[in-house]
Design a protein around this ligand. Structure first.
Ligand SMILES: NC(=O)c1ccc[n+]([C@@H]2O[C@H](COP(=O)([O-])OP(=O)(O)OC[C@H]3O[C@@H](n4cnc5c(N)ncnc54)[C@H](O)[C@@H]3O)[C@@H](O)[C@H]2O)c1
Length: 419
C-alpha cells in the first residue's frame, strides 16, 4: 500500500520520528491535538531540542511533513504510528486514555492494508487486549485485512550518538505477517530492526530496559547514602569500579529519577503483574529508594547549611539546573521540582538558574541570573555542560553538588558537599 506514514502525536517521540521517515523519502502526516504545536510545525518551528528548526522548516516547505488535527488525514496513510503519552493516574495506575481515545478515532477510519503500530511505552498485553478489539470493531481483521504491531520508542533526548535513526528498533506483531510488515516499514527509514515473536515480547523489552536502569540507579543511590555515613566518596568508588572491563556497568547516583519514562514505566509492569498474583519487588524497592532521594538530599542541604551556622529556614538556596537531565529543557518529573517544593515547605528562600528552562510557573519561579555569591547555598541538581563549575565553587559560600559536577575531592571539604 502506498501513501504517507501517519504519526499520531507530535511530541518528544513523534516529531523526531517524523523527521527520520521524511529524510528517508516518505511523506509524513502528523496528527496532533494541540493547536499550538500544529501552528508551530506549520511555521517550521521546532519545540523539540533534538529537531533543528531549519531542518523541520525545509521538510515542511517541501511537503515532506504535514501536520493536522484532523483524523480524516489517516484515510490515505499506509501506516499509522501512535506516539502518545502513557502517564500514571493519581492512584499510580496506567492511564491509557490518550492512546485508547485515539484508537477509537482511528477504528472507523481504518483501511484495508494499513499498518497500525503502537510506540507508546506500556504493559505487556496492551496491543492485543486493548487496541486489537477496538480496531476490529471496524469489521477488518488483524493479520488479514490490516497489520497491527508494537514497536517501542527508545529515544534518549539530548543524545546525538544514538538517535531515532540508528538505535535498533524492536518490532513485534500480532501475526508473523504483521511483524514482517512493521519491520519492512521501519527498515525503510531506520538502520536496524530487530524482530520479536509478539507484541507482548516487544512491550516487555521496553519495560525491561527502563526497569534495569531504575534498579541499578537505586542501587548506587542506596550506596551513596551509606557512603555518606562512612565518609567514603561514592563517585570515586563508582569511577574505580567502572575500570573493570567486564561484568560491571556504571550508573551514577543522583537526586532522583526524572523524565517521562523511568519514574513511570516500571509501574505499568507492577500493575499488570498483580493480575498474575505476582509482586514485582525489585521495581517497588527501586521506586522507594529513588523517590526518597529528594528527601535525603534535603537532609544533606540542611546539614551543610548547619555546618555553616545557618538554618534552612530563611536561607537563600540557589538551585542550579532544574530539567531532569543535563543539556535538555524537559522538566517532566524532574527531582529538582520535588526538591524545590521541599525546600520551600521548610521556609528556604529558593531561586533557580537553568539556561534551558526560563520559568517554572507551578513553583512561581523564573530562572534568575547565575549569582553564586548572592546565595547562602548553591545546590547543583542538574549539571548542564555550559556552566563554569569552578567559578561557581570559587564564588559561592557553600555548594551542595548532587551530580559530582565540581569534581572536588573527598566527601566534603567544608565548602563543597557532594552527594
Ligand atoms: N520522551 C521520551 O524520551 C520517550 C522515550 C521513549 C519512549 N517514550 C514513550 O513514548 C510515548 C510518547 O511520549 P512523548 O514523550 O513523545 O509524549 P509527548 O507528551 O511529548 O507527546 C504526545 C503528543 O501527543 C499529543 N496528543 C495527545 N492526545 C492526542 C490525541 N488524542 N490525538 C493527537 N495528538 C494527541 C500531545 O499534544 C503531545 O504533543 C510515551 O509512551 C513515552 O513513555 C518517550
Amino acid at each position: 500500500m502506498k501513501g504517507p506514514v501517519a504519526i499520531v502525536g507530535a511530541g518528544y517521540v513523534g516529531l523526531p520520528l517524523a523527521v527520520v521517515f521524511a529524510d528517508a523519502g516518505h511523506r509524513v502526516v502528523l496528527v496532533e491535538s494541540n493547536p499550538d504545536k500544529v501552528a508551530a510545525v506549520e511555521r517550521g518551528e521546532s519545540y523539540i531540542a533534538d529537531v533543528p528548526s531549519d531542518e523541520l522548516k525545509s521538510l515542511v516547505e517541501s511537503g515532506s511533513i504535514e501536520i493536522t488535527s484532523d483524523y480524516d488525514a489517516l484515510n490515505e496513510a499506509q501506516a499509522i504510528l501512535i506516539a502518545l503519552q502513557t502517564p500514571l493516574s493519581a492512584q499510580r495506575e496506567p492511564d491509557l486514555s490518550a492512546v485508547l481515545g485515539a484508537v477509537e478515532d482511528i477504528a472507523p477510519r481504518l483501511q484495508k492494508g494499513q499498518l497500525v503500530v503502537l510506540e507508546s511505552t506500556t504493559y505487556p498485553g496492551t496491543t492485543r487486549e486493548r487496541l486489537l478489539p477496538i480496531l476490529e470493531q471496524s469489521g477488518l481483521k488483524a493479520g488479514e485485512d490490516f497489520h497491527l504491531a508494537f514497536s517501542p520508542e527508545r529515544v534518549d533526548p539530548g543524545r546525538d550518538d544514538w538517535t531515532t535513526k540508528n538505535t535498533p528498533k524492536i518490532v513485534g506483531g500480532i501475526t508473523p505477517a504483521c511483524t514482517a510488515r512493521a519491520a519492512e516499514l521501519y527498515g525503510s527509514a531506520l538502520e536496524t530492526v530487530h524482530q520479536v515473536s509478539s507484541p507482548e515480547a516487544a512491550e516487555l523489552t521496553k519495560l525491561l530496559e527502563n526497569i534495569f536502569r531504575s534498579v541499578n540507579i537505586a542501587l548506587v543511590n542506596e550506596l551513596a547514602q551509606l557512603c555518606d555515613r562512612m565518609q567514603i566518596d561514592v563517585w570515586e568508588v563508582v569511577g574505580a569500579a567502572a575500570t573493570k572491563p567486564f561484568g560491571f556497568m556504571s550508573f551514577q547516583p543522583g537526586p532522583g529519577l526524572g523524565g517521562h519514562c523511568m519514574p513511570i514505566d516500571p509501574f505499568y509492569l507492577t500493575w499488570k503483574a498483580r493480575e498474575y498474583d505476582f509482586y514485582t519487588e525489585f521495581i517497588e524497592l527501586a521506586g522507594k529508594v529513588n523517590e526518597n532521594m529528594p528527601y535525603w538530599c534535603l537532609g544533606k542541604i540542611t546539614r551543610a547549611l548547619n555546618a555553616h551556622e545557618k538554618a534552612l529556614k530563611g536561607s537563600k538556596v540557589l538551585i542550579l539546573g532544574v530539567s531532569y537531565k543535563a543539556d535538555i529543557d524537559d522538566t517532566r518529573e524532574s527531582p529538582a521540582l520535588k526538591l524545590i517544593e521541599l525546600l520551600q515547605a521548610d521556609g528556604a528562600d529558593v531561586s533557580y538558574h537553568d539556561p534551558y528552562v526560563s520559568s517554572l510557573p507551578d513553583q512561581g519561579l523564573e530562572s534568575s541570573a547565575l549569582d553564586p555569591a548572592g546565595a547562602d547555598c548553591v545546590v547543583i541538581v542538574t549539571a548542564h555542560s555550559g556552566i563554569d563549575y569552578e567559578e561557581v565553587v570559587a564564588k559561592a559560600p557553600l555548594v551542595v553538588d548532587l551530580r559530582n559536577a565540581t569534581g572536588s575531592n573527598g566527601t566534603s571539604n567544608g565548602k563543597v558537599w557532594k552527594l
